[in-house]
Design a protein around this ligand. Structure first.
Ligand code: SF4
Ligand code: SF4
Length: 247
């Protein structure tokens, strides 16, 4: 063994000193999160205060961690809670089981459940990790409740951010829909702007396929000639005429 062998390990350490650090002084310094960051959930309301959740339980059905529990209840006819037939009477998410995959967001037909940018949810007992309807539903001013108080770790402004996935305007993968808003407004934030994609300033709907201009109908003699059973023209099953030879 070389006499310098024991010092080779110090060489590795020494080289790392001059490399760019990948760690930051959290929580004093925080990284900017991506638009599609998956933080804690929120149950949204429409601008008129109605709850978006219709208690359909699709989110619970799709959840791979089985951590959502929803019970729907018929809306009272004289004071409906949601525009649907039912509303989410009980809504719970067990955050200890949640894997923050956002499948519940994808499954929701009314954009009722979305995810924010806040991920600080530390608790000192398991029960507090179950977020109930009271913890999830935004209040009638559009503010989102959070069980923990403001602190250096918790920036409640992050509860208004997010929904990046929902604001993807080409969710089917069709670039033509970039910039086309297809979601409902939310209490407190209104209609969220579309997520910007690769094109930094897309013209909404600029790439949508253009409808063909309607062709003028033939008139007079032309229309009469069109109706004549000329050679090479025949009627199809739905009454339209075809011309030309068919093999
Ligand atoms: S983010 Fe995924 S794991 Fe969490 S509640 Fe939604 S569907 Fe379930
Ligand atoms: S959050 Fe959406 S998917 Fe879940 S019960 Fe309510 S409306 Fe249905």
């Amino acid at each position: 063994m070389s006499l310098l062998g024991p010092f080779a390990g110090f060489g590795v350490t020494f080289r790392q000193i001059f490399k760019r650090k990948v760690t930051i002084q959290y929580p004093e310094v925080k990284r900017v999160k991506p638009q599609r960051f998956h933080g804690r959930h929120v149950l949204n309301r429409y601008p008129d205060g109605m709850e978006k959740c219709i208690g359909c339980e699709l989110c619970a059905g799709v959840c791979p961690a089985r951590c959502i529990y929803v019970r729907g209840k018929d809306n009272p006819p004289d004071a409906p809670v949601s525009p649907g037939e039912r509303y989410g009477f009980v809504y719970e998410i067990n955050m200890l089981r949640c894997i923050f995959c956002a499948l519940c967001v994808e499954a929701c037909p009314t954009e009722a459940i979305t995810m924010t940018h806040l991920f600080e949810m530390s608790v000192d007992n398991r029960r507090d990790a179950i977020y109930t309807r009271d913890d999830l539903l935004m209040d009638e001013d559009g503010a989102v409740p959070h069980p923990q108080p403001d602190s250096i770790l918790i920036d409640k402004g992050e509860l208004r951010l997010g929904d990046g996935w929902m604001r993807a305007t080409a969710s089917s993968g069709r670039a033509a829909y970039e910039g086309v808003v297809a979601w409902t407004p939310t209490l407190g934030v209104g209609t969220r702007p579309p997520e910007t994609g690769q094109n930094p300033d897309p013209e909404p709907g600029a790439l949508l396929p253009k409808l063909e201009e309607p062709q003028p109908q033939p008139k007079g003699l032309r229309r009469l000639l069109d109706r004549l059973p000329l050679p090479g023209r025949r009627r199809t099953g739905n009454g339209e005429r075809e011309t030309g030879n068919r093999q």
